[in-house]
Design a protein around this ligand. Structure first.
Ligand code: NAD
Length: 483
């Protein structure tokens, strides 16, 4: 196992971590570098026996870990955060290989992961005094649930994983991480690194194929599932969790609108919105996915926006100046192609892009695509593409654009862009979304509550609400008069 700073981490061998030990599996699989179609190193295919072993170790560890002080848990999380940063270049390189994102953003994600581990530690455990009178003390305290499972998607395999580990263990839980089969490598290594700072069984990782998620969510020894992924899978997770009434937090899909008012400075705002729509090749739950631009500035905004998008370089994340890496996997690539096919077959105006420039063999690349004012009922407006394809839409009436922005089952994020704060807040507060941003988008913090309205999720992650999500609530009544 690695030394205190993880100096002996081997970035070419990948094993499960069960009960503090590296655990190889009989069968292995491998993920694919989406920029080159190259096979990445073998990684585990866990079995139901591995799941049982990890759950058993976690339940044992919970007995002592849950009794440690919050200060001690914070210290260990801070130490893991520092160790992660000390390996920034190795994790950055590995992340570009498995996820496809440019190395500059991959290293930024390592920093974000470290920030989530350390930043969560600036929170205090929730505790509420409901009533404190000469007659009665009523207080609400929060106790750890037990063993959590953290199910992680492929778009931010480091940051989202750290965003589950930190609140889980800070509140005294143990956690079993399940990375996406498309991006298992960084997650496996971070949990290996964590063994230097946490007792066996507190933080474990199981990697596997599509069977593993359902085995974990159905397991009677699991007390909490923290799931981040698509709405469709989230529903399956909730169904599975219902058998044991396992607690769930579901962070699901989004279809974020950005409403651009007529008073914005186009030269300032268009590049920001373009970046927040196409970053990570559009594969961000809170990427801007529908851009409503006021009719008075639609044409100049569209032209400035298209200029920015045309300047984005697409390619292998290791190449210089690349902004958009490949789409992460073949399934997603094929899904994004269905949007391009629909745009073509319904003769929508493509302002730029529209081409598929890679193949499975040469890398899963798609040219960033802007659709010019498609109908409100078109596929690209209604559904989340989770790829580099974005519609620009015109609006003129405030109440109408609010209704159009809210006309979706999704409710993750939304933004308003204006120099008039009264207008911006009025529109922003009318939007049905868990996060609303004024003159920005995608702002998140480990100390700020995050989550979706409607079918974008259930429960909240991060912030004090996120800590509560890993806890039992216990209300204690102390009657002074009857002593
Ligand atoms: P996905 O739902 O296909 O997979 C997510 C994870 O769930 C993976 O680890 C996968 O192996 C696992 N999984 C698959 N089937 C399962 C099952 N039946 N039971 C348990 N686990 C199962 O999602 P994805 O394609 O990896 O990610 C893209 C989606 O995630 C997008 O819709 C995006 O908007 C959403 N997302 C949401 C957030 C958020 O915070 N709300 C963040 C990132 C991504």
């Amino acid at each position: 196992m690695a030394g205190p700073e993880g100096s002996q981490l081997n970035f070419s061998k990948f094993s499960n971590v069960i009960d503090g030990k590296l655990a190889d599996t009989k069968f292995t699989r491998h993920a694919i570098n989406p920029a080159t179609n190259e096979k990445l190193p073998p990684c585990p295919v866990s079995t139901p026996e591995d799941v049982d072993a990890a759950v058993k170790a976690a339940r044992t560890a919970f007995k002592t870990w849950s009794k440690t002080t919050v200060e001690h848990r914070k210290q260990q999380l801070m130490a893991l955060s520092a160790a992660l940063v000390s390996h920034k270049s190795e994790f950055g390189e590995l992340l570009t290989k498995e996820q496809g994102k440019p190395t500059i953003f991959a290293e930024q994600e390592v920093d974000y992961g470290a920030y989530w581990l350390a930043g969560t530690c600036s929170l205090e455990m929730p505790f509420e005094v409901v009533d404190d009178t000469p007659e009665m003390l009523v207080k609400t305290r929060y106790t750890p649930l037990g063993v959590a499972v953290g199910i992680v998607p492929w778009n931010f395999p480091i940051m989202l994983l750290c965003g589950k580990i930190a609140p889980a263990v800070m509140t005294g839980n143990c956690i079993i991480i399940k990375p996406s089969p498309y991006t298992p490598y960084c997650g496996i290594k971070i949990v290996e690194l964590a063994q230097n700072f946490f007792p066996p069984g507190v933080i474990q990782v199981l990697s596997g194929d599509d069977n593993l998620g359902p085995w974990l969510t159905a397991h009677a020894g699991i007390d909490k599932i923290s799931f981040t992924g698509s709405t469709a899978t989230g529903k399956r997770v909730m169904e599975s969790a219902s058998k044991n009434l396992t607690r769930v937090t579901l962070e699901l899909g989004g279809n974020d609108p950005a409403i651009v008012c007529s008073d914005v400075d186009i030269a300032t705002v268009a590049p920001q919105i373009a970046a927040m729509a196409f970053m990570n090749s559009g594969q961000i739950c809170i990427a801007i996915k529908r851009i409503y631009v006021h009719r008075d500035i639609y044409i100049p905004f569209r032209d400035a926006f298209v200029e920015c998008v045309k300047a984005f370089k697409v390619g292998n994340g290791f190449d210089k100046d690349v902004f958009l890496g490949p789409v992460q996997n073949k399934l997603q690539y094929d899904r994004v192609k269905t949007f391009l096919n629909d745009i073509n077959s319904s003769a929508q105006n493509v302002a730029t892009g529209g081409q598929i420039i890679g193949t499975e063999a040469t890398g899963l690349f798609i040219q960033p695509t802007v659709v010019d004012n498609p109908p409100d009922d078109s596929k690209i407006v209604i559904e989340e593409p989770f790829g580099p394809v974005v519609p620009l839409l015109q609006w003129s009436d405030e109440s109408e654009v609010i209704a159009r922005a809210n006309n979706t089952d999704m409710g993750l994020g939304a933004s308003v862009w204006s120099q008039d704060m009264d207008v911006a807040f009025r529109i922003g507060e009318a939007l049905e979304a868990g996060s609303v941003w004024i003159n920005e988008h995608m702002g998140i913090k480990p100390t700020a509550t995050f989550g979706g309205q409607k079918q974008s999720g259930i429960g909240r992650e991060w912030g004090v609400d996120g800590l509560r999500g890993y806890c039992n609530t216990q209300t204690v009544f102390l009657n002074h008069r009857r002593q």
